[in-house]
Design a protein around this ligand. Structure first.
Ligand SMILES: [Zn+2]
Ligand SMILES: [Zn+2]
Length: 126
């Protein structure tokens, strides 16, 4: 049993000070465009106690929600939906589709580059 002492309580009081919210520009992780996170939305976030700032602009967020909703609906209907996401291969730069949602910052390869890199790894014979 270990009680973690609540340190920094005093500093925490800062959070209760009246905060002034200002419109902020955030770069969308999906399309790379800057979008405005309005003061009103920040107040909403603050009221909800949300910690994470929005990462996507509205169209991208909506598109993502629709994709997720479509997948959820398909799964609920007992279908196996074939996912196809358009990406640019990190190796050769060609546009390709992958059957999964790539995570941010991870390189995605087209099929031939993927197989080539795997073959290179497998073919390692010292
Ligand atoms: Zn976007
Ligand atoms: Zn490639």
């Amino acid at each position: 049993m270990s009680q973690v002492p609540a340190t920094g309580r005093e500093n925490g009081e800062w959070g209760r000070a009246e905060m002034e919210f200002q419109d902020r520009n955030i770069r969308c992780v999906d399309c790379g465009e800057e979008f405005v996170w309005t003061a009103g939305e920040q107040v909403f976030f603050h009221d909800k106690g949300l910690q994470n700032e929005p990462k996507r602009c509205k169209p991208c967020k909506q598109a993502k929600n629709e994709r997720l909703a479509a997948i959820a609906a398909a799964q609920a209907a007992g279908q196996r939906q074939r996912i196809e996401v358009s990406v640019n291969c990190a190796q050769c730069g060609q546009q390709t589709t992958v059957p999964f949602y790539p995570s941010q910052g991870r390189p995605v390869f087209c099929r031939s580059c993927f197989l080539a890199s795997r073959a290179a790894a497998d073919g390692y014979e010292g």
